[in-house]
Design a protein around this ligand. Structure first.
Ligand code: HEC
Length: 116
């Protein structure tokens, strides 16, 4: 009897945890369309755009571009790592620089829209 009660409590807690995760997932409101596109356009695509070549890229590796939804998806992990984890993109010498809040939003957006 006692063990049955314990099992019921365990099941109830597990249920609550799952419900909590569902709420978190549905809180994923940041998307490429409403956030990523504008962020990349302002802070990244001045160097990382498929329309730029040679010196216009200011050292950004050829072919590493983020100016379409497909390219953003393809490079999402690199975008997140350099923007929000290492915080070394844009390069320190470049302006404008995103705020800490914007860097955190990049991490939220990427992990929501392109879960691994
Ligand atoms: C002023 C030009 C410039 C801007 C703006 C810029 N980058 Fe870069 N990016 C570079 C240069 C130069 C390199 C190569 C040197 C390096 O890896 O640090 C690079 C490299 C990278 C790499 C790594 C490539 C590799 O092979 O490892 C990533 C990922 C990246 N940038 C993402 C971004 C993101 C995301 C943004 C916007 C938040 C951004 N960059 C803004 C110039 C720029």
């Amino acid at each position: 009897m006692r063990s049955l009660r314990v099992m019921l409590i365990v099941a109830a807690v597990a249920g609550l945890l799952c419900a909590g995760q569902a709420v978190l997932a549905s809180n994923c409101t940041l998307t490429y369309a409403n956030f990523g596109q504008a962020f990349l356009g302002k802070y990244c695509n001045t160097c990382h755009a498929s329309t730029l070549s040679g010196g216009q890229r200011r050292g950004a590796p050829a072919g590493l571009d983020f100016d379409t939804p497909e390219l953003a998806a393809k490079h999402a992990v690199g975008i997140m790592t350099r923007t929000a984890v290492k915080k070394n993109m844009p390069p320190a010498w470049a302006a404008p620089q995103p705020t800490d809040d914007e860097r955190t939003k990049v991490q939220t957006w990427v992990s929501c829209e392109y879960p691994r």
